[in-house]
Ligand binder design. Structure first.
Ligand SMILES: Cc1ncc(COP(=O)(O)O)c(C=O)c1O
Length: 403
């Protein structure tokens, strides 16, 4: 089928999005692995720890007790209670159990929120670099992505002033992801408060992707949910994936006003319905049980961040901001890229990522996927031996491009 014929078959909206770049990298790496390649994988955006025992046990017990049927769409009351209580305890938020929807991963909470809020032509402000899915999800809904550039010298940190300048009468929503994927930047508490006030005063929805909220290295985790007076226009998008090392379980949530959660439930009732029943029980164990694992994971990520940065610093020509959270570094490799391909250099980060994969056997995600043209993302939840070996391979590969 030619592309023209395909466009007649498929709806316009599917043509507006791309396959998630991180998923595409994973698929390409899997092909090489199947051919026997020994890859160092800095691509996957997930913790390397097993899911803690007490969480697995709760799911196993649920299955054994035949807790395997449909549940109500937004999740059983106990899981919603566990979410709002955890959030209230950690951040002083004030959500009731009808102000939360438990979703099949944080990505679905985001997808559905955009679907219920954004119409054709609505503008959504998105800071760059952005997590790959934000842009496509907005475009799928017909929204217009308004990219907001940040300064590398400022650790890619977004400010309230920059957001204020980007607001127009068509702005429907603002997306904020702090700590961020891919650069690990954290919005300051002052800016967060100002952005929340701005959104509140202008009646703009502020979508706070707090998937890495517990992986804030610098300080006590901060959530927009603490600003209880701003609830009407806030949507907190949460995920258990990174916090509890549960990426495969698909457990996320949205905390928002009743009008928003009622519409999220309505949409979910016509698609996935409830999240898997045993996953709801596992989530209760994660959220209500000991939070020691969260503290331990965070401490290990901080050490790995420092280890990774120290190794990268040994490669001349690479510069890298210091992530303040999440678990990625976002080094700048502009010294090794040449748009004309001079000296056999990659023309852009897509080519660089592909060559690192095929020639150096290191999996990375190219910066183009996150809206910048000089970076690659390296995910560091791996062993120190992997960091040693992966950075050595990157260094050797880059050495060949010098001169
Ligand atoms: C910024 C951000 N938001 C949301 C998600 C979605 O996480 P999940 O769907 O696994 O809950 C991810 C996953 O990588 C992410 O990086």
């Amino acid at each position: 089928m030619t592309p023209t014929q395909a466009s007649k078959v498929f709806a316009d909206r599917i043509g507006r999005i791309e396959v998630s770049a991180t998923m595409a990298v994973t698929a390409e790496a899997a092909k090489l692995r199947a051919q026997g390649a020994n890859l160092v994988d800095f691509g996957a955006g997930e913790p390397h720890f097993p899911t803690p025992r007490h969480i697995k046990d709760a799911a196993i017990a649920a299955i054994e007790a035949n807790f395997t049927r449909y549940t109500v769409v937004p999740g059983i009351p106990d899981v919603r209670k566990a979410i709002v209580e955890r959030h209230a305890c950690d951040f002083g938020s004030d959500y009731g159990i009808d102000e939360v929807v438990f979703t099949t991963g944080g990505k679905l909470a985001l997808f559905n929120t955009i679907q219920i809020l954004v119409d054709h032509g609505d503008e959504v402000i998105l800071p760059v670099p952005y997590w790959v899915s934000f842009k496509d999800i907005i475009q799928y809904a017909g929204g217009k992505v308004v990219l907001l550039h940040t300064e590398e010298a400022e650790n890619f940190r977004i400010t309230a002033d920059a957001i204020e300048r980007a607001i127009t009468p068509k702005t429907k929503a603002i997306i904020l992801n702090s700590p961020s994927n891919p650069a690990g930047s954290v919005v300051t508490a002052e800016d967060l408060e100002r952005i929340i006030k701005l959104a509140h005063d202008r009646g703009i929805y502020l979508l706070l992707d707090e998937c890495y909220v517990y992986l804030n290295y610098a300080a006590k985790p901060v959530s927009g949910g603490s600003y209880t007076w701003a609830k009407e226009h806030l949507v907190i998008l949460g995920s258990l994936s990174k916090t509890y090392s549960m990426t495969g379980w698909r457990a996320g949530y949205a905390l928002a006003s009743r009008q928003v959660t009622a519409n999220l439930s309505k949409l979910q009732s016509q698609s996935t319905s409830n999240t898997a029943s045993m996953v709801q029980k596992a989530a209760i164990a994660a959220l209500s049980g000991s939070q020691q694992c969260v503290t331990e994971f965070r401490a290990e990520f901080i050490e790995l961040r420092d280890y990774m940065l120290a190794k990268l610093a040994t490669i001349p020509g690479i510069t890298c901001t210091r992530p303040e959270g999440a678990f990625y570094v976002y080094p700048n490799l502009s010294a090794f890229i040449d748009p004309s391909g001079k000296g056999g250099r990659p023309r852009n980060t897509l080519e660089l990522g592909s060559r690192l994969l095929h020639e150096a056997h290191v999996v990375t995600v190219p910066g183009e996927a996150f809206g910048t043209d000089a970076h690659i993302r390296l995910s560091y939840p791996v062993t120190r031996e992997n960091i040693d070996e992966g950075v050595r391979r990157i260094g050797d590969f880059l050495d060949k491009l010098r001169g």
